[in-house]
Design a protein around this ligand. Structure first.
Ligand code: AMP
Length: 221
């Protein structure tokens, strides 16, 4: 049975970090729409330029474009056994489109861990966030999860940088958008018995342990 997991949480709640752990442990691809859009930045097409503009101002990419990018990603051979979604879906229409997409593949969303974090802590965490230039899935935080050597990735030695949309203004906008557009998803998934709320203010290890225990239960049931 394919396993599809949707990680929900405000920016800074630790979705990327937990997705990387799950991806390794369950051998499933980490599907992050933000990452897929950032990869498109190297393309010089009108669509790629438009996406870059939207991202830099901290707005949301239109649903139809986002769903199309995910549809293409799920057609890659590494996604046959499922996927860990990070940053998608972010709106109700995206959640409905994902159900349809997975239905067409003979699967469904199996679990939705919700990493609950207050706005203030989220802003603090985002402004301390550093990402590896070689692999954007290697993410550090100068306060809660620093690299062993400042500015250098522990895993591959890549230089660390701060994302342009992690400026205080763009970060605040993204966080507001989360509470406005993404919070309604919680009811959608709660109503389907899929939501697993986790206090994201805990240590990385404690969050992982709760998430894996819920996942094992979901797999068994
Ligand atoms: P993230 O890395 O998840 O914070 O995403 C970075 C940016 O990519 C967001 O601020 C949006 O502009 C865009 N983005 C990522 N995922 C989505 C999505 N599911 N729907 C719309 N826009 C998205």
């Amino acid at each position: 049975m394919a396993l599809y997991i949707v990680l929900v949480g405000v920016q800074g709640a630790g979705k990327g970090t937990q997705a990387a752990i799950l991806s390794q442990q369950y051998h499933l691809p980490h599907v992050t729409t933000g990452g897929l859009f950032r990869e498109m930045k190297t393309q010089d097409t009108p669509l790629a330029r438009e996406i870059q503009r939207i991202m830099n101002e901290g707005s949301l990419v239109p649903d139809d474009i986002t769903v199309q990018v995910v549809r293409e990603r799920l057609q890659q051979p590494d996604a046959v056994n499922g996927a860990i979604f990070d940053g998608f879906p972010r709106t109700l229409p995206q959640a409905e489109a994902l159900d349809k997409l997975l239905g067409d593949l003979g699967g469904k969303v199996n679990l939705v861990p919700f990493f609950n974090l207050d706005r203030e802590t989220a802003i603090k965490r985002i402004s301390g966030r550093w990402e590896c230039t070689l692999d954007p899935k290697h993410v550090y935080n100068e306060n809660s999860n620093p690299p062993k050597v400042a500015g250098i990735c522990d895993l591959d030695g890549g230089k660390l940088w701060q994302r342009p949309d992690d400026t205080p203004e763009a970060a605040a906008k993204r966080i507001d958008l989360f509470f406005e557009k993404t919070m309604p998803l919680l009811n959608y998934y709660r109503g389907r018995g899929l939501l697993n709320e986790i206090n994201a203010g805990q240590s990385i290890e404690a969050v992982t342990a709760e998430m894996i225990s819920a996942l094992e239960k979901a797999k068994a049931g």
